[in-house]
Ligand binder design. Sequence first.
Ligand SMILES: Nc1nc2c(ncn2[C@@H]2O[C@H](COP(=O)(O)OP(=O)(O)OP(=O)(O)O)[C@@H](O)[C@H]2O)c(=O)[nH]1
Ligand SMILES: [Mg+2]
Length: 226
Amino acid sequence: MSARKTSLTDKQAKNGTSKYVLERCASVNEYYDIAFKVMLLGDSSVGKTCVLVRFKDGAFLGGNFIATVGIDFRNKVVDIDNLKVKLQIWDTAGQERFRSVTHAYYRDAQALLLLYDITSKMSFDNTRAWLTEIHEYAQTDVVIMLLGNKADMTAERVVKTEDGEKLAKEYGVPFMETSAKTGVNVELAFLAIAKQKHSARKKHHGAAVTLWTHHPQGELSGSGAM
Ligand SMILES: Nc1nc2c(ncn2[C@@H]2O[C@H](COP(=O)(O)OP(=O)(O)OP(=O)(O)O)[C@@H](O)[C@H]2O)c(=O)[nH]1
Ligand SMILES: [Mg+2]
C-alpha cells in the first residue's frame, strides 16, 4: 500500500525471517496503510484538546482550563474496511492571537472537525466565521464534520440539538453531539470522519462508496453504495 512505515532496515531484517513479518511485528504501533491529517477547529474552550485526549488516551482532562498555544498533534491508528488508517490529528489553538499559525496548517488537512460548545451560543454562532476561514484556507476536497461538544452539560445547554442539525444541513456536513467528559460519540466522530475521507478517496479511485450517518444513540449505519 501507499504509506507503510517501518523503522527496520535490511540489515536488521536478515537471519532468515522475512522482512515483511519483522516489519509487521516490530512496528505494530507504527504500521499503517494510509494516513489522513485531521484538524480540530473551533473557538477557545469548546473542548478540542479534551476531545483529542479522550480519543487518544480514553481520559478526561478536567480541572483548570489550559488553552492550547499555537498547535499540537497526536497520532492514532484506527481500523477502517480492514485497513490501518493513521490519523494525524492537529489540535489548534482557538484563541484569536494564534489564528495565523493555524492558517498555515489548513492546506495540508484532509479532514476537519469543527467544534462548538452546546453551552455557548457564541461558539455556535462563530462556526459561520470558521467556515469562512475553512473555505479560504483549506483544500476544496477537505471533509468537514460539525460537533456540538459538552453534551453532558444538559443543565447549561443553550444550543439545541436541532439547531446543530439544522446548521450542519445548511453547511451540507455531518453532525454529532459529543462529550469529552463522558466520551459519548468521540471515537465515533473520528471514525466517521476517517470513513468519510476514505470513502471519498475510494470514490475518486472509482470504487464503491458507503455513506455513513449518525444515530442519536451513538451508532453508525451505512446507507449503501454509490
Ligand atoms: N463538562 C465538560 N467539560 C468539557 C468538555 N470538553 C472540555 N471541557 C472543559 O472545557 C474546558 C476547555 O477545554 P479544552 O479542550 O482545553 O478547550 P480547547 O477548545 O482546546 O481550547 P483552546 O486550546 O484554547 O482552543 C476545560 O476546562 C475542559 O475541562 C466536555 O465534553 N464536557
Ligand atoms: Mg486546546
